[in-house]
Design a protein. Structure first.
Length: 158
């Protein structure tokens, strides 16, 4: 049996912009279907919003998103993530973690995700990886980026 997971993000009207942004950062195909595509009358405020959205890249990256219907209420205040005294403090329920094989790959993703975002932990070497960083992107999603560390036969990080 094979099991895969895909992060599914919930937005309040900017899912399309977020998916297009992630498509430019990670490459791949952006697929979007709106509530109107599924029969919602065009005159309703959510008709143009995303009911199903996905980015699929050739590298294996996949993310999904949709716009919460306006009938579900307004968006909660934007969550925050910050570093204080060597500790990450957050009120977000999750982060999206992305690992790559090389520092160059992570640096390219970092450049894209940090454009218009807020750096939580600068990208640099860490005890467990050649590169690690945290950034909250322009859509309020916090990403953890790191390089997959090489391990020796005993499982220790090389």
């Amino acid at each position: 049996m094979a099991v895969t997971t895909t992060t599914h993000l919930n937005f309040h009207g900017d899912a399309r912009a977020a998916l297009e942004f992630y498509g430019t950062v990670f490459g791949g195909t952006v697929t979007v279907a709106t509530y109107g595509d599924f029969g919602m009358p065009a005159e309703l405020p959510d008709a143009g919003n995303v009911v199903f959205g996905r980015v699929d890249s050739g590298s294996g990256f996949r993310i999904m998103a949709y716009d919460v219907p306006s009938a579900a209420g307004t968006a909660a205040p934007a969550p925050t993530t910050r570093r204080e005294h060597g500790t990450t403090l957050t009120d977000q329920p999750f982060f999206v973690a992305v690992s790559a094989d090389t520092v160059a790959e992570v640096e390219a993703l970092w450049a894209g995700l940090s454009d218009g975002g807020t750096v939580v932990e600068p990208l640099g070497p860490a005890q467990w990886a050649p590169a690690f960083g945290m950034v909250t992107d322009r859509f309020g999603v916090t990403w953890i980026l790191d390089v997959v560390a090489a391990h020796d036969a005993a499982g220790a990080t090389a």
